[in-house]
Design a binder for this molecule. Structure first.
Ligand SMILES: [Ca+2]
Ligand SMILES: [Ca+2]
Length: 227
């Protein structure tokens, strides 16, 4: 095994969420114990989101006198929010990667209204009605955090934690005809957020070095590599 194979440590933490929109869930992660300057090298901080929307529905009652194609859209708009936690600014100085939309859509032909009241939603079960039950949708997003804010992920005085929250809002739309009455049920928001620290510990300064190298021989290899 080469010395470089010893050198890099990747610490991965994953937290899961599962809630009913509209809402949010707090996710707590560990900071790295030490100052940024305690480390020989910080290679990367990567955050990954996997977001799944399951269930929910969108029903449409066409109350217009016209028939035609109607496009149903059933979206769960998710976002990882910084709150009081470390900045979510990526290496392109954007936070846009932290917003994830799980989108389902279908286009259906609806008949003209069938005699039901034209000022309210009715489940007629006839040709002017359709219920869209979308399949589960999973979207993923991942980004490397800007080095300018890496210090926010470290705790100089010892082990520390931080919390972000993941939020999800249900959005629906039906377009194509006038007089469309809509009724919806919300999806469930489920998924994970993973924080990965890739770094090279400074020998002797932190527990991480012991865990990774397990012996003085390993530490010696790292020291030699730095010369
Ligand atoms: Ca109708
Ligand atoms: Ca109606």
């Amino acid at each position: 095994m080469s010395s470089s194979a010893f050198a890099q440590v990747t610490i991965s933490q994953t937290q899961s969420f599962n809630f009913t929109p509209n809402g949010s869930q707090s996710l707590t992660f560990n900071k790295i114990n030490g100052n940024v300057s305690d480390f020989n090298d910080i290679l990367d901080i990567t955050i990954s989101i996997v977001f799944t929307k399951t269930g929910g529905s969108l029903s449409v009652d066409n109350d217009s006198a016209e028939s035609g194609e109607v496009t149903f859209t059933h979206t769960l708009a998710g976002a990882l929010n910084q709150g009081s936690g470390p900045a979510l600014i990526d290496s392109g100085f954007s936070t846009g990667w932290a917003a994830v939309n799980a989108i389902s859509s279908t286009t259906q032909f609806l008949e003209a209204t069938t005699g039901d009241p034209t000022d309210e939603f009715n489940n007629t079960g006839l040709g002017d009605f359709y219920r869209f039950d979308p399949d589960p949708v999973t979207v993923a997003s991942s980004s490397s955090i800007a080095s300018a804010v890496w210090g926010q992920y470290f705790e100089a005085t010892g082990p520390g934690t931080f919390s972000w929250n993941f939020s999800a809002n249900q959005l629906t739309d039906a377009t194509g005809l006038g007089g469309l009455q809509q009724a919806l049920t919300v999806s469930q928001a489920q998924g994970t957020v993973t924080v990965e620290y890739s770094l090279i510990p400074e020998p002797g300064t932190i527990v991480l070095a012991t865990i990774m190298f397990g012996s003085l021989g390993g530490l010696h290899l790292l020291k030699r590599r730095k010369k």
